[in-house]
Write a protein that binds this ligand. Structure first.
Ligand code: PEP
Ligand code: MN
Length: 351
C-alpha cells in the first residue's frame, strides 16, 4: 500500500502518518517526490487498515501496490530516480560510461587506465579489489591494498570509483573507501549482503544474477531500498542461455522492461555479457539505443596480459573508438553523454 500525501503536506502531517503506520506494527518508507511525498507501507501480510489512514491530515490517497516489489516500482515513485556518484548523475536522460580494468592489478596500471579512460570520456572508474572468481586458484584481487589504489585514482583523476564487495567485511571497507558499492552477479541473491548495502547509504551498483528473472532482480534491489537506500543502479550483465558463442547472453530487453517497471536507472555491462572484446562495441551501441542509462566496460592497458577477464577487455584504442561512436549516436538521439563533474568529496562512512 502507498500513501500519497497532498502537495504541500507539512512535516508534522507526514510524521503523523509515519507514526500511525508504526503503531500498526508496519514499516513506513518515506519517498520524497518532485511534487509531493509518498509513504510506502511494507511488512504487512494481509490488507492494511485503510480507514485508519485515509482520515489523517495531509493524506491525499491510498493506492494499493499490486507488484511484489513495492519500493522499486514506478507505481510507488513515478518519476525517474537520479543516483549521484561523486559529481556524476545516473538516470533521467543522461548516459554515463564507467570504465576500467576487471581487477586493480597495481597502482601504476590502475592510474594509467584511469587517465586513458578519462581522456576518452568515461566519468566513473571501475576496478575490482575483491574478486569473486569461479576458480579458487585464479587471481583474487589485491583486497585492502586495491582500495587504497582506488582512492589514489580518485585523488589523481577526480573520477569517482566503483568496486565490488563480496562479503560483510569487504562491504564495510568498500563503503568507507569507494564512491559506489558493486554487488556482483554471484551475490545478487545474498540477502544479508544486500541488506548491509542498504544500510551503508552509499550508492549501489546491483548486477543481475546469471539466471535471475527480472522479478528476482528487482526483488534483490527491493532489499536495498527496504533498508532506506534509494541510490541503486541496476545493471544487466548477461544471463545463461544456450548461446555458445558468448560468455553470457545480453538480455537487452531487460532495459526497457526495467525502465517500465522501476524508477531506478539501468545500465548495461557488455564486457561480461560478451566475454570477448570484438563484440563489446556492438552490444554497447545496442544498450545506448535501447534506452540504458549507461555502460560499465572493462578496459586494460594490455588486455592479453590482464590478470582477469583479458579476453573481454578493450584496449585504449578500442575504447576511444567506442566512445567516439557513442557520442555520435547520443547526439543523433538527444541523449546527454555525461561529462566529468567536480572532484568527489570523500564522505564519512555512515554504516
Ligand atoms: C565484474 O564486474 O568484474 C564482475 C565480476 O561482474 P559480474 O558480477 O557481473 O560477473
Ligand atoms: Mn571482470
Amino acid at each position: 500500500m502507498l500513501v500519497t500525501m497532498r502537495v504541500g503536506a507539512t512535516r508534522q502531517e507526514i510524521k503523523g502518518v509515519v507514526a500511525a503506520i508504526r503503531r500498526m506494527g508496519l514499516t513506513p518508507n518515506v519517498i520524497p517526490g518532485a511534487l509531493r511525498v509518498a509513504i510506502g507501507i511494507t511488512g504487512n501480510r494481509g490488507p492494511v487498515p485503510r480507514e485508519q489512514l485515509e482520515v489523517l491530515p495531509g493524506v491525499a490517497d491510498l493506492v494499493p501496490v499490486t507488484k511484489p516489489y513495492k519500493l522499486v516500482s514506478r507505481e510507488t515513485k513515478p518519476e525517474d530516480t537520479i543516483v549521484k556518484v561523486g559529481g556524476v548523475r545516473f538516470g533521467g536522460s543522461g548516459f554515463v560510461v564507467i570504465a576500467g580494468p576487471c581487477a586493480v592489478e597495481s597502482r601504476a596500471s590502475a592510474l594509467a587506465v584511469a587517465r586513458a579512460v578519462k581522456a576518452a570520456g568515461a566519468t566513473v572508474f571501475r576496478g575490482g579489489a575483491y574478486k569473486p572468481r569461479t576458480s579458487p586458484y585464479s587471481f583474487q584481487g589485491l583486497g585492502r591494498k586495491g582500495l587504497d589504489i582506488l582512492r589514489a585514482v580518485r585523488e589523481e583523476t577526480g573520477l569517482p570509483v566503483v568496486t565490488e564487495a563480496v562479503d560483510p567485511e569487504s562491504l564495510e571497507q568498500v563503503a568507507r573507501h569507494a564512491d559506489m558499492i558493486q554487488i556482483g552477479a554471484r551475490n545478487m541473491q545474498n540477502y544479508s549482503l544486500l541488506r548491509l548495502a542498504g544500510q551503508s547509504r552509499r550508492p549501489v551498483l546491483l548486477k543481475r544474477g546469471f539466471s535471475a528473472t527480472a522479478e528476482e532482480f528487482l526483488m534483490a534491489a527491493e532489499y536495498i531500498l527496504a533498508e532506506g537506500n534509494y541510490q541503486v543502479v541496476l545493471c544487466e550483465r548477461g544471463v545463461r542461455s544456450f548461446a555458445d558463442y558468448t560468455r553470457a547472453t545480453l538480455d537487452i530487453s531487460l532495459v526497457p522492461a526495467a525502465r517500465a517497471i522501476s524508477h531506478l536507472p539501468v545500465i548495461v555491462d557488455p564486457s561480461h555479457a560478451a566475454g570477448r572484446r570484438d563484440m563489446v562495441p556492438a552490444l554497447s551501441r545496442a544498450a545506448l539505443a535501447a534506452g540504458a542509462h549507461g555502460l560499465i566496460v572493462e578496459v586494460h592497458q594490455d588486455p592479453d596480459r590482464a590478470l582477469s577477464d583479458g579476453a573481454q577487455s578493450l584496449s585504449y584504442e578500442a575504447f576511444d573508438q567506442l566512445m567516439a561512436t557513442l557520442r555520435r549516436i547520443a547526439a543523433a538521439t538527444d541523449i546527454a553523454l555525461a561529462t566529468p563533474g567536480p572532484a568527489p568529496r570523500v564522505r564519512k562512512n555512515r554504516m
